[in-house]
Every structure is written in structure tokens, then in C-alpha cells.
Design a protein around this ligand. Structure first.
Ligand code: FES
Length: 251
């Protein structure tokens, strides 16, 4: 029995690899993400960690591997550790963020040019695209914005998670991710056709169409709510676009 335990111990130990966190060596299991490895090493996240699922952009990490000139980047919650990696996290990178009242904007390119004149400091070196952990073609959306094509910049930057790594490598000192966020806001508010069904729904809400039903739900006890939930008419998995429930009381 004890030899079995020793064997397991040996296997576990065999899976430990060295990594360097802010210059200090730690032995960590090789299957862990950087985030878990840092926790395994005894650090506690207070900042620099959010969703743990690769969508919030809080855990940007910079690392280098021995014998390589190259700086690598990744999300700590998604990137698996590698032996001998030297890493540190960049949970925040100071970058200029313009102040504006969004409702006062007209949604034209000139406003972006005025709010972010550094847009034209881009020298098209593409360091921003290379460093992006989401493989966003950052330089391309900056180029689109310089042409005044806000919609195209929004499309290209759609997967941006605002980690700020692009700004950290930019020799023109652009805050690319903030500029792209403004572009997407403008696209959503001014350039995308508004949805008719949404307008209808908002009008229905304002006219009080759902007030009675909502009041009934709020007054219901747990048992009633459970019954309402389990007995609700559900959309079949194979329903087509034209499916609608038999009762239109809540439509
Ligand atoms: S913690 Fe949210 S992207 Fe890593």
C-alpha cells in the first residue's frame, strides 16, 4: 500500500515544473493554467482576476521563455504553464481614456479624431496585433478608424476583451482598446439599424402591458412560482422562426 502511495507521490512530483513569478522560482503542476499555478504558489488574487473564463480581460500576462528573445502574452486563466517560463501579470495598463458624454456625440469619425488625436500616431508596426491574446487584428481596426470607417473598426475589434496589452506594446502610445470601445458604442447607437421588435416591446412595457403579470409574479409564493416555471410552455428544440406560444398573455 505504501509503495502505491509513494508511486502516486512520485507521479505527482514528476509533474511539477519550475516557473518564475516576478523572478522567484516555484514548482507547480504542469497541467495548471498560469492563474491556478500562481495560486498554487501561494499568491491570492485581489485584482487581476475576474471571470476565469477568458472573457473579462482582467488577467493579461506577459512571459518569456529561456533562450528566446520573444515576449509572449496570454490570459492567465487560459494559458497553461510551461517549464521555465518567466512571467508576470499586467492586470492594468495605464492608457489614455477620453472623457465624453456619449449622448452628446453625433457618431461621426471626426469626434473620434478629436477625442483620440493619438490615433494618427500609429506607425503601423503591428506590435499591437501580435501581442493580442484574442488574435484581434488591432492594427487593422486602427487603420479602419483612420479612414473613418467606424463600422469596420467595430467589426474587427468585436472580440476585444479590454485587457490593454495592445497599449502596452504601442510605440505610438495609443490606447487602442479604449478607441475601439468608443467605435463599437457608436456603431451600436448610431450605425446599426434599430430592431423593430425591440421598439414594439419597449412601447408595450411603457404602456403597462406587462404590469399586471409582473405584479402577479411578485405576489406569488415559492410554490406557485415553481409551478408556473415547471408548467410553462417551452419552445420546442426544433421550433422554427415562426414559433410562438399558444398564450400571448406575456407577449
Ligand atoms: S480572469 Fe477573465 S479573462 Fe482571465
Amino acid at each position: 500500500m505504501s509503495s502505491q502511495v509513494d508511486q502516486i507521490k512520485e507521479e505527482v512530483e514528476a509533474k511539477l515544473i519550475p516557473i518564475y513569478v516576478m523572478g522567484k522560482q516555484y514548482m507547480v503542476p504542469e497541467s495548471l493554467t498560469i492563474m491556478k499555478a500562481i495560486e498554487y504558489a501561494g499568491y491570492k488574487y485581489i485584482r487581476g482576476c475576474g471571470c476565469r473564463g477568458g472573457v473579462c480581460g482582467a488577467c493579461a500576462t506577459v512571459y518569456r521563455k529561456p533562450g528566446e528573445y520573444k515576449i509572449r502574452t496570454g490570459l492567465a486563466c487560459q494559458t497553461v504553464v510551461e517549464s521555465e517560463m518567466y512571467l508576470t501579470q499586467l492586470p492594468f495598463y495605464p492608457a489614455n481614456r477620453a472623457t465624453y458624454e456619449f449622448d452628446n456625440l453625433e457618431g461621426v469619425p471626426e469626434e473620434i479624431f478629436q477625442l483620440y488625436p493619438e490615433l494618427f500616431r500609429c506607425v503601423a508596426c503591428n506590435a499591437c496585433s501580435k501581442v493580442c491574446p484574442m488574435d484581434v487584428e488591432v492594427m487593422d481596426y486602427i487603420a479602419a478608424l483612420k479612414r473613418g470607417d467606424i463600422a469596420e473598426a467595430s467589426r474587427i475589434s468585436f472580440d476585444c476583451i479590454q485587457c490593454g496589452l495592445c497599449a502596452s506594446r504601442c510605440m505610438g502610445e495609443l490606447p487602442q482598446y479604449h478607441i475601439a470601445q468608443l467605435a463599437r458604442r457608436i456603431t451600436g447607437a448610431y450605425l446599426t439599424p434599430s430592431a423593430e421588435h425591440l421598439k414594439t416591446m419597449v412601447a408595450n412595457i411603457e404602456a403597462g402591458r406587462y404590469t399586471k403579470g409582473l405584479d402577479e409574479l411578485k405576489a406569488a409564493d415559492t410554490e406557485n412560482l415553481r409551478n408556473l416555471y415547471t408548467e410553462r410552455e417551452m419552445e420546442p428544440a426544433t421550433a422554427g422562426e415562426d414559433w410562438s406560444p399558444q398564450s400571448d398573455a406575456y407577449l
